[in-house]
Design a protein around this ligand. Structure first.
Ligand SMILES: [Fe+2]
Length: 284
């Protein structure tokens, strides 16, 4: 497939799968990460790495292992970014590098508050990083040497929104989209001035994430596909457009990118555009 076709397929909701990481991920590094037994503690939910500031979060053990993990996460983040810039060349130079994470805990049977549960079908939205209509692209690798990572996926965003967005209360967010406040924020943003406030799009996506997890009819009634990612599998997916639930598996590495609306190759599939069509007015 050509790069542009890959971008289009991803934006339409495909999951692109590699049997092995298509970028350097040394065996030593993988073994070091999965050998950190103390990570069984519930305190260490995820390790996150912020490439922009070169900061590692969520880890506290000996300085020595922390330094090594920091170095592994930095190299991993750079390797994935290099790969994505080449493989998805239409995004090169435009993608925003977001956080990377290491997810050491078994997903099955985790005792988490409802909105944080990974085993309920949802689309991603970040409370701390509004995308203003940009899309969330994630690259995952299952670094478990023996265990599959099991996902469920649901109908893609255009159908999902058609079936559930109005029920979830989209109408209110549509009205906010044409408020004076939202229009002013759009003007400021267009003039490249900093706008701290979330757009009505960001607010709806956060709300929808929670609403989907709360909705037992959606969780039990909707059609789902089970996907098994074997050890070392690597997959790319827009997690704002593909409803997903992680049922089981441990030891996943992940790097997130934000693809701004102007870089998209199939913008009509972008959640912001799907929702704006339902609203008949701008949301971001
Ligand atoms: Fe998610």
């Amino acid at each position: 497939m050509r790069a542009r076709q890959c971008c289009e397929a991803l934006e339409q909701g495909a999951i692109l799968f590699f049997a092995r990481p298509p970028f350097p991920l040394p065996e030593d590094d993988r073994e070091f990460l999965i050998g950190q037994r103390h990570m069984d503690s519930r305190l260490h939910k995820n390790i996150s790495y912020r490439p922009g500031e070169d900061v590692l979060r969520g880890f506290s053990d000996s300085q020595e292992s922390e330094d090594r993990i920091h170095q592994i996460m930095r190299a991993y983040s750079q390797a994935v970014t290099g790969f994505v810039s080449r493989f998805l060349s239409p995004y090169a130079g435009k993608l925003q590098l977001d956080y990377a994470s290491f997810r050491p805990l078994e997903e099955q049977g985790r005792d988490l508050p409802l909105h944080k549960r990974n085993d309920l079908l949802h689309v991603d939205a970040f409370p701390s990083r509004p995308t203003r209509g940009g899309r969330i692209l994630r690259v995952f690798t299952n670094i478990s040497p023996s265990q599959e990572r099991i996902w469920l996926t649901g109908e893609r965003f255009p159908a999902l929104a058609q079936h559930y967005a109005l029920q979830a209360g989209l109408g209110k967010f549509c009205r906010d989209g044409s408020s004076l406040r939202a229009r002013l924020a759009r003007l400021l943003h267009a003039a490249r001035l900093p706008v701290a406030e979330r757009t009505p799009y960001d607010k709806f996506m956060l709300h929808f994430h929670d609403w989907l997890k709360e909705n037992s009819h959606f969780q039990s009634g909707t059609e789902k596909t089970r996907v098994a990612f074997p050890p070392l599998a690597t997959w790319l997916v827009f997690t704002d457009g593909v409803p997903h639930a992680a049922l089981s598996g441990r030891f996943a590495l992940e790097q997130t990118f934000i693809i701004p609306p102007s870089a998209l190759t199939a913008p009509k599939y972008a959640p912001v555009q799907v929702l704006e069509n339902l609203c008949g007015r701008p949301l971001a």
